[in-house]
Design a protein around this ligand. Structure first.
Ligand code: GRF
Length: 203
């Protein structure tokens, strides 16, 4: 399967995918990495791996719809089977979702439906939950609301701050992402309401 990965930051989730896809048995390869900004470690990770990159900046477009259309066109040029948002900090728009809806995955560093949005680890810490985690979901038009593919639980420790909690979540988040992208790449799936329908398999 062909993966296009979109990033906005450090790209450790991307790196986990690049490492996993080095094994042909994984069943997927990263054909391009896109970003909404320049000069980020995520793009440098792609370059080091020899993967083509592209940048589609919101500020270079007249409005959000024009940006959304340009992003969808760039991604479409690489003919992905799956699009992975790996720390991509913008909401994809209606044009993008018309093209790639049902096959765009995102991860959120909290257990949905709790703590959606940009600050999942901070909001979980402030609320005082003792278990949080990460959620892999199929992107829809909402913020972290799409049908859930997988979740992993992560404990909140008494001496956590936002950074230490987010780092612990990210260890589990990367593993979940790699495991599930591999499975979904090897076996086509469909989305029915909030359910992910996978072909019958061994794993
Ligand atoms: C991840 O925790 C992701 O879920 C969140 O931002 C982080 C991105 O990390 N939205 P990285 O860029 O993959 O290192």
């Amino acid at each position: 399967a062909r993966l296009v990965v979109l990033v906005s930051g450090s790209g450790t989730n991307l790196q986990a995918l690049l490492d996993a896809t080095a094994d042909p048995a994984y069943g997927a390869r990263v054909v391009a990495v896109g970003a909404d900004r320049d000069d980020i470690e995520g793009l440098r990770r792609a370059e080091r791996a020899g993967v083509p990159t592209f940048v589609v900046r919101l500020g270079d477009h007249a409005d959000r719809d024009a940006w959304d259309t340009a992003l969808a066109e760039q991604v479409a040029g690489y003919e992905p089977d799956l699009v992975i948002l790996a720390g991509f900090m913008k909401l994809t728009g209606p044009v993008f979702l018309r093209k790639f809806g049902g096959r765009t995955l995102n991860t959120h560093p909290a257990l949905s439906p709790s703590f959606p949005g940009m600050h999942g680890p901070r909001d979980a810490l402030e609320y005082g939950v003792k278990i949080t985690g990460a959620t892999l979901f199929v992107v829809d038009e909402g913020v972290d609301t799409g049908p859930i593919v997988a979740q992993v639980a992560v404990p909140v420790l008494d001496d956590d701050d936002v950074a230490s909690l987010h780092e612990r979540i990210k260890v589990s988040e990367r593993q979940m992402l790699v495991d599930w992208v591999g499975r979904l790449a090897r076996e086509p799936f469909t989305v029915d309401g909030r359910r992910i329908i996978r072909q019958q398999t061994k794993d």
